[in-house]
Design a binder for this molecule. Structure first.
Ligand SMILES: [Zn+2]
Ligand SMILES: [Zn+2]
Length: 190
C-alpha cells in the first residue's frame, strides 16, 4: 500500500493526507494562489499588473501543475475560478498582457483557436518577447516600433473587435497611433 503523508495545506492550512510525497496543497486552487505573485515591473494592463506564476513554469512560458493525477494549466484554472465556469477543450485563454505565466484574471479572455492563431500571427511579426522585455526594463518604452503597411491593414481589421488599448499592446505601438488610424488621420494610402 502507498504510504500516506499527513500535512497541512501550505495555503489554507486545512489538514490533508496524500500519497504524493511532494504534494503540499489541498487543491489546485490553493496551489495556484500560493505560487503566483504580483509583478511590479510589468505594465499596467486593464487596470492592474501581471500576477506571475513563480513556480511550475514550463519552457513554453506557461505554468502547468499536477494535482490528484490531473494536470492544470495555471492561466486556464485562474480564468475558471474567476468566472465560475469550466472551459471547454476548444476554448482558449488569451493574454491581454502577452505574458504567458500571468494568471491575473483581468488580463485573461476566452477565445477560440482562430483568435489564438490570430494573436500568434501578430506576435510572430513583432520583436521577440525577451527583446521587448529588455527594452521595457531599460526604460525605453517611448521607443515604439514603426508599423508596416501590412500591420496597418491588420490593425484596421482588429479595430472592429478590439479596443485601441488592446491593439496598441498587441502591436507594441502607442495608443495615439491606433487612435489616428481609427480616425483615418494617418496611413490614408494603405
Ligand atoms: Zn488549501
Ligand atoms: Zn498579465
Amino acid at each position: 500500500m502507498d504510504r500516506l503523508f499527513k500535512r497541512k495545506c501550505r495555503c489554507c492550512l486545512v489538514s490533508l493526507s496524500t500519497t504524493a510525497p511532494t504534494e503540499y496543497y489541498c487543491s489546485p486552487e490553493c496551489k495556484l494562489k500560493n505560487n503566483n505573485t504580483v509583478n511590479i515591473s510589468t505594465d499596467i494592463v486593464n487596470g492592474s499588473r501581471c500576477h506571475e506564476m513563480t513556480t511550475h513554469v514550463w519552457p513554453n512560458g506557461y505554468a502547468y501543475f499536477n494535482h490528484d493525477k490531473k494536470r492544470y494549466a495555471a492561466h486556464r484554472l485562474s480564468w475558471e475560478i474567476a468566472n465560475g465556469c469550466s472551459l471547454k477543450d476548444d476554448e482558449w485563454i488569451l493574454h491581454a498582457c502577452d505574458n504567458p505565466k500571468c494568471v491575473n484574471p483581468d488580463h485573461l479572455r476566452s477565445g477560440n483557436a482562430k483568435d489564438n492563431a490570430k494573436d500568434r500571427e501578430v506576435r510572430n511579426r513583432r520583436p521577440t518577447r525577451s527583446a521587448t522585455r529588455s527594452a521595457k526594463l531599460q526604460g525605453t518604452k517611448s521607443h515604439l516600433s514603426k508599423l508596416t503597411e501590412q500591420q496597418v491593414r491588420e490593425i484596421r481589421y482588429e479595430l472592429t473587435h478590439l479596443s485601441n488599448n488592446e491593439i496598441s499592446k498587441l502591436y507594441h505601438t502607442g495608443v495615439s497611433n491606433i487612435e489616428h488610424i481609427r480616425a483615418g488621420r494617418t496611413w490614408k494610402h494603405v
